[in-house]
Design a protein around this ligand. Structure first.
Ligand code: TXE
Length: 491
């Protein structure tokens, strides 16, 4: 079993605790790597390295040189994509096909934000005061704490690292304790790309032992977090005490809404991809299917027919469509939600139990599960399950669809299936979600802003908006009149 080290100030280091913990392969339920158990001491070392780099070598590079480093990093990721994807799949149990797709796409974040690095410009303000020249500078914040979850470890890290570095910040990254191996392997690429030591540091470990000292460290200027909303709330509170900037991406309870005028064959694929792809372990999971009553029954039949064909098994096998749940606590949580849904009276039409298929071995598998007769007040219709569990809710008209879809504390994404342009535009305006997909689902891009309304989060990742999240604006005033006015009156 490989024993990993953390990355602090460009060096591979042992944790100050001298302790490691095991990372478990969700398909075999066997430990396969040893991950350093970091602590406050490691965070202190990493933040001071990041701070020194921020005021030293990193700041002295031109924005063009920073961009070139980011693009070189993108090339290195592209060359290493298959290996990193295999590691991710082994560590978090998500399909190799999905992780390889992500790894092949991640370089685009580094190319896009690498290209943007030297296009971050201030403005000259035509100020209303004669004899004064006023302009703005867009400046980096300082040391960024990047905290990432286990479901798409490197992709979600890239969403933070690429804009943060492009803007001229330095980073201390804490990956999830359930999926740290790909982060530590990825760490090797920063040195190869030529980043100065300390620009990116990686400290692994548990949320309370590493995450908290990182979020509360006085020299951390901003926290960029993706994870569950309860943890996000805690992180926000801790960051508030230090008046830190935050970006939070906290999951959702997204509605996939199918109207009677939709192309139903496409919509069925869209609903399945929204909930069973990635074993439902995605922040944008379309975990509520809202079905227009005239097509409800026929659509459910089509959905059952397609979902039944889902092949489960080894995530490394390219034929597998639904892999295991990533962690044992998550597996227990998903099964618990299934039990609660049954108790509350939802009708289980598919699955509804742990998977005992031979091809699932001893992994943490849950059968793709579909509930009908779900009432919007049931827990299964309101809480994020983060597993392959779909709740189906009927609606009678557009107003009711909007009401049900928006009747959630979350607002990350929504899907609309219709052939009516009026409906598409009307729904995209009325849905309270950071992303609305029409006749497609689960599409993301480095170019398009991504983030949540309401309890799904704060701030945007990807696209031009993302780099703004890592900058602060300075207004510079220069008197060019040569006359200092009355000092007792505001100018
Ligand atoms: O996430 P956590 P968990 C949801 C999903 C899942 C639930 C719990 O519903 O069932 O969250 O998953 C770090 N201070 N999502 O417990 O705890 C932690 O170590 C600072 C949605 O795995 O939010 C990890 O690196 N950091 C989601 C990161 O926070 C702390 C993706 C996320 O872990 C911390 C994952 C603390 N006190 C889960 N406690 C999405 N938005 O896609 C933990 N962490």
């Amino acid at each position: 079993m490989k024993k990993y080290q953390m990355l602090i100030n460009g060096a591979r280091v042992d944790p100050a605790t001298g302790a490691w913990f095991e990372s478990v392969n969700p398909f075999t339920a066997q430990a396969w790597a040893q991950v350093p158990r970091g602590s406050k001491d490691d965070i202190d070392r990493a933040v001071s390295a990041a701070k020194a780099a921020f005021y030293g070598d990193w700041r002295n590079l031109t924005a063009t040189a920073r961009g070139a480093l980011l693009r070189r990093l993108g090339d290195l990721i592209a060359a290493d994509a298959d290996r990193l994807a295999t590691i991710e799949s082994t560590d978090n149990g998500k399909l190799f096909a999905e992780m390889r797709g992500q790894l092949n796409y991640i370089p685009q974040w580094f190319y896009y934000f690498g290209g943007l690095a030297d296009k971050i410009e201030g403005r000259v303000i035509p100020i209303d005061k004669p004899g004064v020249f006023n302009f703005t500078r867009e400046e980096p914040l300082g040391v960024i704490a990047a905290i990432t979850p286990w479901n798409s470890p490197l992709l979600l890290a890239a969403w933070k690292l690429a804009p943060a570095l492009a803007a001229g910040n330095t980073v201390v990254w804490k990956p999830s304790e359930f999926s740290s191996v790909s982060a530590l392997e990825f760490g090797e690429l920063f040195e190869k790309a030529g980043f100065p030591p300390g620009v990116v540091n990686i400290v692994t470990g548990y949320g309370n032992e590493v995450g908290e000292p990182l979020v509360t460290h006085p020299d951390v200027a901003k926290v960029a977090f993706t994870g569950g909303d309860r943890t996000g709330e805690q992180v926000y509170q801790m960051a508030a005490r230090g008046i830190k900037h935050v970006t939070l991406e906290l999951g959702g309870k997204s509605a996939n809404i199918v109207f009677d005028d939709a192309d139903l064959d496409s919509a069925v694929k869209g609903v399945v991809s929204g909930i069973f792809a990635a074993t439902g372990q995605t922040c944008i999971a379309g975990s509520r299917a809202l079905l227009h009553r005239p097509i409800h029954d026929a659509f459910v039949e089509k959905l059952l027919a397609l979902a039944k064909t889902a092949r489960m098994g080894n995530p490394l096998d390219l034929n597998t469509q639904v892999g295991p749940v990533t962690t044992q606590p998550q597996y227990n949580k998903v099964l618990d939600y299934i039990r609660v849904a049954k108790e509350e009276g939802a009708v289980c039409r598919l699955g509804g139990a742990a998977a005992t298929r031979a091809e699932c071995g001893s992994g943490w598998f849950v059968e793709p599960t579909i509930f009908t007769g779900v009432n919007p007040s049931m827990r299964i219709a309101n809480e994020e399950v983060f597993g392959p569990v779909l709740s189906i809710i009927p609606f009678d008209d557009e107003d009711e669809a909007v009401r049900i879809a928006n009747n959630t504390v979350y607002g990350l994404a929504a899907g609309v299936w219709t052939t009516s342009i009026r409906r598409a535009l009307m729904m995209s305006e009325r849905l309270e979600a950071g992303t609305v997909w029409v006749n497609t689902y689960r599409a993301v891009s480095y170019m398009s802003p991504f983030g949540g309304y309401k309890r799904s989060g704060i701030g945007r990742e990807s696209g031009l908006d993302a780099v703004r999240e890592y900058l602060q604006t300075k207004s510079v005033w220069i008197d060019i009149s040569g006359n200092t006015p009355n000092p007792f009156v505001m100018r």
